[in-house]
Design a protein around this ligand. Structure first.
Ligand code: PLP
Length: 380
């Protein structure tokens, strides 16, 4: 069999377990298709437990959760929000929904996440211009914990609340504390490509009961307490359905297993690719005290040692019916955000120029992994 005849290996496809259908089945049997029901409450309780937080509101997407999170932190028209440049566009889009402006901050090389030195520079410069940032949107890219001690210290020093975009970091920890629990508000995504999925969905978590209550209110059309339809604020239709929450409950049972497998996949690639010329499996090692869920395994190329580029490798893998993707293209380089204030930018631009994400789905077998490794070896 020619390698092209193999089944396609996707980057991070959904991986269902055995119990999702039971929860969905029960919801349909009980006619609990709508409104909010036991699956929703159960899914939220599961997330609270996994994230070590007091309150969770399950929503239709991670993007919706970021939008509501920014609203809860008081972001409005004309405000500025600190945001990493190196992230998926969904992190920053909700800033624009609110008529606010992102201020981009570069990555640092050890975690690829927001650089604390650049962050201080950004905060001090915005304050000097009379534009103190209203919030700090923080991301843990590919599940790798950001440098939280330094970033939390800056947030405290300048009194800027943190919205933690842990969309890619469910199950990751720092100092034994789950990511998503560090900010005033945290966000998870259950989109189809994430470590767990509800086909589409998200969650907002917080330890503050008032914030959770406000998020629920805003997510269900902001209905005032009255027998008729009475509204004094603009609301949204952002709640997750009880059916999809059933998928989520089945998935949450698998979190530790899925993290374990993603980490094994990372370790396998690390062991079997490290000898290839010009290729580094990143990021290794993790910072002390941190555990990444290793959502995606990524590689970096060193142009001094290989003529291959991320794009030539991607195309070569494609001939073997293997999907791979460049790292996130920095937001400060996107036409959408032309002219947005940016502090640094060289570090994440370099990562984008050199990096590629490899298939990392938890249903992959060791034979699948060997297929990827052989195709990479061939190209290098
Ligand atoms: C996936 C993702 C989101 C958006 O989540 P959706 O559920 O797809 O809306 C936000 N931020 C990051 C970093 C993501 O990877």
């Amino acid at each position: 069999m020619r390698s092209q005849d193999h089944d396609r290996l996707f980057l991070s496809p959904p991986h269902l377990g055995r119990h999702e259908l039971n929860y969905v089945h029960k919801a349909i049997e009980d006619n609990w298709v709508a409104p909010a029901g036991p699956n929703l409450a159960g899914f939220e309780a599961d997330i609270c437990q996994a994230a070590g937080v007091g309150h969770c509101v399950a929503l239709s997407s991670g993007t919706a959760a970021i939008h509501l999170g920014l609203l809860l932190l008081g972001v409005g028209p004309g405000d500025e929000v600190l945001c990493p440049s190196f992230t998926f566009v969904a992190t920053a889009n909700p800033i624009r929904y609110l008529g606010a402006t992102p201020v981009f901050v570069d990555s640092e090389a050890t975690t690829w996440n927001m650089c604390p030195e650049r962050l201080r520079e950004a905060i001090e410069d915005r304050i000097a211009r009379g534009r103190k940032p209203k919030a700090l949107l923080l991301v843990h890219l590919y599940g790798m914990p950001a440098r939280m001690p330094e970033i939390l210290a800056l947030a405290t020093e300048f009194q800027i609340p943190i919205l933690e975009d842990a969309a890619e970091a469910l199950g990751s920890r720092l100092d034994n504390r789950p990511l998503g629990s560090f900010g005033a508000v945290g966000v998870f995504s259950f989109n189809g490509n994430k470590i767990l999925t509800t086909s589409g969905g998200g969650a907002l978590v917080t330890d503050q009961a008032e914030l959770a209550q406000k998020a629920r209110f805003l997510a269900t059309q902001a209905k005032d307490e009255a027998p008729h339809y009475q509204h004094s604020e603009t609301g949204y239709n952002y709640r997750l359905s009880n059916i999809l929450a059933g998928i989520g409950r089945g998935q949450m049972e698998l979190l530790e297993e899925r993290v374990k497998r993603r980490r094994e996949i990372f370790a396998w690639y690390h062991e079997h690719l490290a000898h290839l010329p010009g290729l580094t499996v990143a990021l290794a090692p993790e910072l002390p005290g941190s555990r990444s869920n290793r959502w995606l395994t990524t590689i970096l190329l060193n142009s001094a040692e290989t003529a291959a580029t991320p794009e030539s490798l991607r195309q070569h893998l494609e001939t073997h019916n293997i999907e791979s993707r460049p790292l996130w293209k920095p937001l400060h380089l996107q036409p959408l955000f032309a002219g947005v204030p940016t502090y640094g930018g060289e570090v994440c631009a370099d990562l984008f120029a050199r990096g590629l994400c490899l298939p990392s789905g938890t249903a992959m077998t060791d034979a699948d992994l060997r297929r990827v490794a052989e195709a990479l070896a061939e190209a290098l």
